[in-house]
Design a protein around this ligand. Sequence first.
Ligand SMILES: [Ca+2]
Ligand SMILES: [Ca+2]
Ligand SMILES: [Ca+2]
Length: 290
Amino acid sequence: MLKRVLFLKAALMLAGSAIASGAVIYSNNPSPGDSFTNPGGTGQGQAVDASGWYYNNVRNSATVGINNAYPYAGNGSVYSNSPSGSGKADIEFLAGGVDVLGNYYASSSLGLFSDLESFSYSWYRDSSSTVASNLHPALRVLLDADGNLATLTDRGGLVFELAYNGGGAVAVDTWVANSVNSSTYLWNYGLGIGFAANINSSPYAYDASLAEWQAYFPNAVILGFNAGVGSGWNGVFTGAVDSISWTLGGQTESFNFEVLPQAEIPEPSSWLLAGAGLLALGLRLRRRAA
Ligand SMILES: [Ca+2]
Ligand SMILES: [Ca+2]
Ligand SMILES: [Ca+2]
């Protein structure tokens, strides 16, 4: 069974490579897909095949996984649930992702932060969620502030949330698409400047635009992107994200998260028989040519 699924995935990846509009990222498991969780309090992750995407920073019984709970642009999306204020779960793309004690970290960069033109995603909040009404899955760009990958204390991220871009209560039980461009407000964690630092002249800490952050960190490099839920959200959040994309130096990468389809393909024994038949045919042709 495992071999059959792997073969199908290889065939799907070949098919997907011909589509210029973006990549399809399949769940590790066929329908209903994946549900990665971790009851412990320290973030844990799992690779989504060899795609460069990871279920990551998952803790306190939060769950993330590509599955069929909230289909979008096809048969699936990235399901996200945080059951309490201490839960957290992300879907994360990392440059050169490496496993460090079960969680994943970037070991290289995707390029200069100053070349980032925009990034975007779609998200869904289920109406059963009990967290504050302005909360939805956040979208983040992960950075190394000084561009030197050997120094780690300046790693961190910039966060997009509607709450800091004029948003109130968000829509529920429907998909919402949001895009970050040069004038969108982002707030920070890490980057060597403390949580929610105020880097521009206005007294408010959460109103620095992408363009202002790029001017503030001219040497920063991008370690990855993620979308996720939880981390201080008091209550339950249930929803999903999908269609994450970014445009960096004129190149757009976009990703649609889908459930690995189950299809009837020949059993391995049939492939062996077919291979033996071809071999016999080849020998016969060679004999005839001799
Ligand atoms: Ca650094
Ligand atoms: Ca400010
Ligand atoms: Ca999808």
